[in-house]
Write a protein that binds this ligand. Structure first.
Ligand SMILES: O=C(O)C1=C[C@@H](OP(=O)(O)O)[C@@H](O)[C@H](O)C1
Ligand SMILES: C=C(OP(=O)(O)O)C(=O)O
Length: 447
């Protein structure tokens, strides 16, 4: 999809404060899962608010290739007619998951439990990302894998006819690995057990329950979780309403905090406690974030957030919080570069294996804009002066949507404009980002 020329973008200070009330697009994690569980269910799943980002559209295409019917109605509602667990058909061609780690890893789990041959690939960014973390536990269930050196895509999979139930402790904090094993466990007889020493986003567990599976979650003595899934349930299609993505809402939220005099309302934002670490951290930094109308929608907590510009102070972000805001460190680092005092973000090793090496991308981008920043082991340290860095740099996006959006937000407050060399990847998670930001008064556009 990205074979065309790059799309340079520029951000400069807007003429006034940001204001307005908007709903950012649907949650990416929940959107992938709704399509996948819809395809594994019997009957119809209607999905309201599905994210129509490229990552999720790749999942939709893959589920079609595996025999599910996925249709878009006018207005953006999606309907999935599933094939039931074990009922997927062998895809006729390679499945290209584009830029999406979630799509590739969760799909590997589904395929591992079906006696089919399939090949997964992706773009240059995804082909660099580690897959051994799913290959190892899924091999133990009886699936066979062939991959490039180091467990990189393209990855060929021959799924197991009768997979073994899982008994697996996830060695890294990763909802993708946990979910891949649970999705394979769906196809196995008996109870699968997955233990995660650090709790990660639990959308898979919640949605599996919603579709009719038996999922028991126990807390372990050390603050982790044990998940017990009874295999071979009959999943039944159901309506899913996708909350606005808290990871996308983070960009207008931080822009509103930084641009003086701003006040922006973000409607219907998912506030699952295992996703909300950024908002807790910003509040500790002194951010004025009013949370109103907290409610439950289809098993997930959502709320409206009103964010008003605030002076921010540096904080220490403990490693125990990293998983609950893992995709938000680029935009938090931008906020920290405008705060007074030092922000230390601890335990960020996983950022090295995202769409780009985000630790390096954040540090070099902020330094190019004139901020003082260092990487110390797995920690990112940003020394704020209480005023925004100078800006004036062109940021290497490195096929990473969150790097692009974070630096375009920084450009709203730097004295000199900030450019990003390629804004195309923003569409993977936040189609319409620049238009939405301009609607609030931001100055972001093609360079
Ligand atoms: O399960 C998910 O939907 C996701 C899990 C996280 O990845 P890891 O599992 O690699 O931590 C996150 O970074 C990604 O954007 C979405
Ligand atoms: C890491 C991300 O996504 P994925 O792993 O699905 O590519 C992200 O969206 O920041």
């Amino acid at each position: 999809m990205h074979q065309h020329a790059s799309l340079p973008m520029i951000a400069r200070q807007p003429s006034g404060p940001l204001s307005g009330s908007v709903r950012v697009p649907g949650d990416k994690s929940i959107s992938h899962r709704a399509l996948m569980l819809g395809a594994l269910a019997v009957g119809e799943t209607r999905i309201e608010g599905l994210l129509e980002g490229e990552d999720v559209l790749r999942t939709a295409a893959a589920m079609r290739a595996l025999g599910a019917t996925v249709t878009r109605e006018e207005g953006g509602t999606y309907t999935v007619h599933g094939r039931g667990i074990g009922g997927l058909v062998e895809p006729a061609d390679v499945l290209d998951m584009g830029n999406s780690g979630t799509a590739a890893r969760l799909l590997a789990g589904i395929l591992a439990g079906h006696p089919l041959f399939a090949v997964l690939t992706g773009d240059a960014s995804l082909r660099r990302r580690p897959m051994k973390r799913v290959i190892d536990p899924l091999s133990a269930l009886g699936a066979a894998f062939w991959s490039r050196e180091g467990g990189r895509l393209p990855l060929a999979i021959r799924g197991a006819a009768t997979p073994l139930p899982a008994d697996y402790t996830v060695p890294v904090a990763s909802a993708q690995v946990k979910s891949a094993v649970l999705l394979a466990g769906l196809c196995a007889p008996g109870v699968s057990r997955v233990v995660e020493p650090t709790p990660t986003r639990d959308h898979t567990e919640r949605m599996l329950r919603g579709f009719g599976a038996t999922v028991v979650v126990n807390t372990t003595g050390e603050g982790g979780r044990e998940i017990l899934l009874t295999g071979q349930p009959e999943l039944t299609g159901r309506p899913v309403s996708v909350p606005a993505d808290p990871s996308s809402a983070a960009f207008p939220a931080v822009a509103a905090l930084l641009v003086p005099g701003s006040s922006v309302t973000l409607e219907g934002v998912g506030l699952n406690p295992l996703r909300a670490g950024l908002y807790d951290t910003l509040a500790e930094m002194g951010a004025d974030i009013e949370i109103r109308n907290r409610r439950d929608e289809a098993g997930e907590t959502v709320a409206d957030l009103t964010v008003s510009s605030s002076p921010l102070s540096g904080v220490d972000v403990p490693p125990s919080r990293a998983a609950s805001m893992i995709d938000e460190f680029p935009i938090l680092a931008v906020a920290a570069s405008c705060a007074s005092g030092t922000t230390r973000m601890r335990g960020l090793a996983e950022l090295r294996v995202k769409e780009s090496d985000r630790l390096a991308a954040i540090a070099s981008g902020l330094a190019a804009c004139g901020a003082r920043v260092s990487i110390e082991g797995d920690d990112l340290v940003v020394h704020g002066t209480g005023a925004p860095p100078k800006g004036g740099a062109t940021i290497a996006t490195q096929m990473d949507h969150r790097i692009a959006m974070s630096f375009l937000v920084l450009g709203q407050v730097t004295e000199e404009p900030v450019r990003v060399d390629d804004g195309r990847f923003i569409d993977t998670s936040f189609p319409g980002f620049a238009e939405l930001m301009r609607g609030l008064g931001a100055a972001i556009g093609p360079a």
